[in-house]
Design a protein around this ligand. Structure first.
Ligand code: PLP
Length: 430
């Protein structure tokens, strides 16, 4: 039997799989197949009618993905998960599953630049309005809500500001108004379970900490199963009225016997079916390998990050260090309330010498990699103003907290002395 443990250390190794039923293989096999033989025409009919859940075609489901999905659902405290080809696909699906042309959603200004582009520009072309609000005051979400608002969206630990999102506060407003909260939890796996704090959906770019080895692009959505879609039927016609794309299925009713999985099943059998952003079985296998050491890695990431901030705050060339553990007041309260066991491994700092010093520092690094990524086992650095955030206008950049002098570090799991030694020699040249 697979585990029923609630402990993340055990979940990442045992949830959703004991051994392969035909070969008894202990490692999860890579089911590299496009399709699955039906037992009979009745069996095939039941699968398509969702009377029975089972494998039909790998664009929509796959046994290797299924183990990964079960582990992610257990880790995040949800009722079901959907693996996708990228974090971007997960952000898109998370919103598009319940937000159609003419609708709007309210989104934190503190989000990943790629999500910003998707929401502000691509969604606009689809007739979906993204209303950006500052999460400093959770009431901003209430103010921006109207009868066409379908969800709220935030990031647990958004860089560059590294100001932890007020998850329970915004979720509570949403519950009063009948609006579910979607959280991008990419930067804080294990440290935070947004669903426990009232969010309805938690998503990850699994490209980052979940994979950990920097080998694969992927994403996942986890459904908390904790939102009453029927109670708010007027706001969610897409889950409460017949879906013409699935022979008139009403999602809150069609899958009721299987549990509160209307949101995640709809995302799988309509959006994934139509858009096709599936995670390959091989990548699902690699994410399963990553998950196995996730809890251990997060401990080392977080411990190293604290030691690095202690070094950086004392450095004479650095004017400011941005890190949740160094914040005070309400920001610190949120960091302590929503991050358990560490403040994450992202650090920002600003150099006295501004843009030129930032670039000189990056060019002088020998061990840290200069890449547009976070969450790798290796330590990484980047200058956001000229890279990840360069497609934003100057006003948008400053809204997201990027200055010309800002350098972002994603601290890895190497020996911390080696990380600090590399920072030290590069800062000497900055
Ligand atoms: N969300 C966050 C917080 C990210 O940092 C990223 C990528 O950097 C994404 C989503 C998008 O993920 P992916 O690159 O896997 O599409």
């Amino acid at each position: 039997m697979a585990t029923t443990s609630k402990n993340p250390e055990t979940i990442v190794l045992h949830a959703g799989y004991r051994s392969d039923p035909t070969t008894t293989a202990v490692a999860v096999p890579i089911y590299q197949t496009t399709s699955y033989q039906f037992h009979s025409t009745e069996h095939a009919g039941n699968l398509f009618a969702l009377k029975e859940l089972g494998n039909i075609y790998t664009r929509i489901m796959n046994p290797t993905q299924a183990v990964f999905e079960e582990r992610m659902a257990a880790l995040e405290g949800g009722v079901g998960a959907l693996a996708l080809a990228s974090g971007q696909a997960a952000s898109l699906f998370a919103v598009q599953n319940i937000c159609h042309a003419g609708d709007n959603f309210v989104c934190s200004t503190d989000i990943y630049g790629g999500s910003w582009n998707l929401f502000a520009n691509t969604f606009k072309t689809m007739g979906i309005e993204c209303r950006f609000v500052d999460p400093v005051d959770p009431a901003n979400f209430r103010r921006a809500t109207d009868e066409r608002t379908r969800c709220y969206y935030g990031e647990t630990l958004p860089n560059p500001k590294l100001a932890v999102f007020p998850i329970a506060e915004v979720a509570k407003i949403g519950r009063e108004l009948g609006v579910p909260l979607i959280m991008d939890n990419t930067a804080a796996p294990v440290l935070c379970q947004p669903i426990k704090h009232g969010a309805t959906v938690s998503m990850h770019s699994t490209t980052k900490y979940i994979g950990g080895h920097g080998t694969s692009i992927g994403g996942v959505l986890v459904d908390g199963g904790n939102f009453d879609w029927e109670k708010h039927a007027k706001r969610f016609p897409m889950l409460n009225t017949p879906d013409p794309s699935y022979h008139g299925a009403v999602w809150t009713q069609a899958v009721k016997p299987l549990g509160p999985i209307a949101y995640i099943i709809k995302a799988r059998v309509t959006l994934l079916r139509d858009i096709g952003a599936a995670m390959s079985p091989f990548n699902a296998f690699l994410f399963i390998q990553g998950l196995e050491t996730l809890v251990l890695r997060m401990r080392q990431h977080c411990g190293n990050a604290i030691a690095v901030t202690e070094y950086l705050v004392k450095h004479p060339k650095i004017t400011r260090v941005i890190f949740p553990g160094l914040q005070s007041g309400e920001l610190r309260r949120r960091a302590d309330a929503y991050l358990a066991g560490g403040y994450g491994a992202l650090i920002g700092f600003e150099l006295k010498g501004g843009r030129d010093a930032g670039r000189a520092f990056i060019d002088a690094l020998k061990m840290l990699y200069h890449v547009a990524n976070i969450g790798d086992a290796r330590s990484l650095a980047i200058h956001p103003a000229t890279t990840t955030h360069s497609q934003l206008s100057p006003e948008e950049q400053s809204q997201t907290g990027v200055s010309d002098a800002y350098v972002r570090l994603s601290i890895g799991i190497e020996h911390v002395d080696d990380i600090i030694a590399d920072l030290d020699q590069a800062l000497a040249k900055a």
